[in-house]
Design a protein around this ligand. Structure first.
Ligand code: ADP
Ligand code: MG
Length: 555
């Protein structure tokens, strides 16, 4: 009998690496000793070795469940090159090659067998495996078990059977999805209550987070791309139509760009993926259909021209940049108009009300992240449960500090305008009113006769829009329940003190248009305020009645 190699020897001799990374050593040791594990590690963190090394150190075959054929093929190819006996069983494998794999497996000739969940669960594979010595089960991309993530795979739910049928075989579930809810779901659905949990840091220090207020997304994107010439990257957009539009725009600008979405033929998509992976400087413009399985190490940027649907999604999508550890950029333009369609999407899904609330909460977290005036990375890591980090020095907030300004007065004007117009309008119209605009809508509604008409000239349009977003992000304003983008007051406990001047508000605003052209900011200058310092007593009195009315309507 050949002596079993140690994990360290396997790491060096088979994979050619000098040292384990982060928690790899502890995970490998635990699984080699027969323990089950839940491994949470960011994309590119090195999850594969966590089961590949125990597969080689333990007797028997390791069965690896993987959701994508492309992922399986990549891994099997790389393992074989390293001299490891690995094979895959999935729908793209011919009958003859499946039969050959099966013979190898029975003869004890395989260290690792990759299978799709369908292949493992349908037919008699499970029965057949029960008679063979097994080193472990690895369940890669384990978040596919979560019904609420966009990678949900129903077959993953049936993997619970592994705990029941193979009680003595260690199981290791791996994912880059960090949020506690998904984690709990994985543990419950895969029967991992007794498993050790290994949580690596989810920080991706080489990714620079750059967020911009969306004003002219096309021009803004082209400007950004001009700084990225020759680099491979991904541009995410909300819909197939937007993907096609942006892809054409980028191509016209002389970049090597390809569209990618679920509406394209399978061959077109795989050709695009192939070009992206092996070409240099290819930009893929995609919907979220372009996701798992993109393990190109040198993606230099991920750009979002539309808001993703949650902070988790944002983290996953931006995580595809810089897997090689070299500097990379996560760039995004965002604006208040992105939010209503996402709210409607949640409302129109067939999730139950409790789940919808969770989804709205995940979207709120993203809006908060986009509107924050503190370090982006800190917000992101806090959300992923890693508290206590300092400012990162590698996001727009840290790199481009702009002074927080006291916006108490403008905020009161904004709230008054919401109130005076009946809580039915979105920020665009409210800003028009504040700036004294001359639109058909204003005239037909008679909003030019309101006391708040034209009282907000100390800020320009971009600044007002930003203020409205931040008032929403902070809960002073909420989107009306009908999902049409109308803004209403948030909780009294928040709104009242601000209206009364008992609390103050400081936020970061984009520089004023005049300053952008070289002038100076009128904010804080001696511009007399058209609204009296003491707020509208009528408004305060009416506030209570209005809240009661709103509460009644929501019932
Ligand atoms: P994940 O599945 O967590 O996204 P992978 O397992 O695909 O990550 O690994 C990402 C990259 O890191 C791969 O190129 C892999 O070879 C490399 N890698 C993993 N562990 C180590 C290590 N200990 N030393 C050096 N490189 C490593
Ligand atoms: Mg992986």
């Amino acid at each position: 009998m050949t002596p079993t190699p140690t994990p360290k020897q396997v790491l060096r001799e088979v994979f050619g690496y000098d040292a384990f990374r982060g928690p790899q050593a502890a995970i490998v040791e635990h699984v080699c000793a027969g323990g089950s594990a839940l491994v949470l590690m960011p994309t590119g963190g090195g999850k594969s070795l966590c089961y590949q090394i125990p597969a080689l150190c333990r007797p028997g075959t390791a069965v690896v469940v993987s959701p994508l054929i492309a992922l399986m093929q990549d891994q099997v190819g790389a393992l074989r090159q390293a001299g490891v006996r690995a094979a895959a069983l999935h729908s793209a494998e011919s009958g003859a090659s499946a039969a050959a794999t099966w013979r190898e497996l029975q003869a004890g000739g395989l260290d690792l067998l990759y299978v799709s969940p369908e292949r493992l669960l349908n037919g008699d594979l499970i029965e057949r495996l029960a008679d063979l010595p097994l080193a472990l089960f690895a369940i890669d991309e384990a978040h596919c078990v979560s019904q609420w993530g966009h990678d949900f795979r129903p077959e993953y739910l049936q993997l619970a059977v592994l705990a029941e049928r193979f009680g003595t075989v260690p199981r290791i579930a791996l994912t880059a999805t960090a949020d506690p809810r998904t984690r709990t779901e994985i543990v419950a659905r895969l029967g991992l209550e007794q498993a050790a949990v290994f949580l690596a840091s989810f920080d991706r220090p080489n990714i620079r987070y750059l967020l911009r207020d969306k004003s002219e997304p096309k021009r803004q994107l082209l400007e950004f791309l001009a700084s990225q010439r020759g680099h491979a990257g991904i541009v995410y957009a909300r819909s197939r139509k937007r993907v096609e539009e942006f892809a054409a725009l980028i191509k016209a600008e002389g970049h090597d760009a390809l569209p990618y979405h679920a509406g394209l033929a399978a061959e077109t998509r795989s050709a695009a993926l192939e070009r992206f992976r092996h070409g240099s400087g290819v930009i893929v413009v995609a919907t979220i259909a372009f996701g798992m399985g993109i393990d190109k190490p040198d993606v230099r940027f991920v750009a979002h021209v539309d808001l993703p649907k949650s902070l988790e999604a944002y983290y996953q999508e931006t995580g595809r940049a810089g897997r090689d550890g070299l500097p990379a950029i996560a760039w995004m333009v965002h604006g208040a108009a992105d939010v209503p369609p996402l709210r409607r999407f949640i409302e129109e899904s067939d999730a139950d009300p409790a789940q919808k609330r969770i989804e709205h909460g995940r979207l709120d977290a993203l809006i908060g992240f986009a509107e924050t005036s503190s370090c982006r990375r800190r917000i992101l890591l806090d959300y992923l449960g890693e508290t206590g980090s300092g400012d990162c020095g590698n996001c727009d907030v840290c790199l481009e500090p702009s002074q927080a300004v006291d916006v108490t007065e403008p905020a009161r004007k904004a709230l008054s305008t919401v109130y005076r117009t009946g809580g039915r309008f979105g920020a665009a119209h409210l800003v028009d009113v504040l700036l004294g605009g001359d639109t058909t809508r204003i005239r037909s509604l008679g909003h030019d006769r309101l006391g708040v008409y034209g009282i907000g000239r100390e800020l320009d349009r971009l600044q007002w829009r930003s203020l409205f977003r931040q008032l929403t992000a902070r809960g002073y304003l909420v989107a009306a329940a009908d999902g049409h983008g109308g803004l209403q007051f948030g909780p009294d406990a928040l709104v009242r003190p601000l209206l009364r001047g008992e609390s103050r508000l400081e936020v970061r605003l984009p520089p004023p248009a005049r300053e952008r052209r070289g002038g100076r900011s009128p904010l804080g200058s001696a511009t007399p305020s058209a609204i009296p310092e003491s707020v509208d007593p009528e408004l305060l009195a009416a506030l209570k009645a209005w809240r009661l009315e709103q509460a009644r309507q929501q019932r």
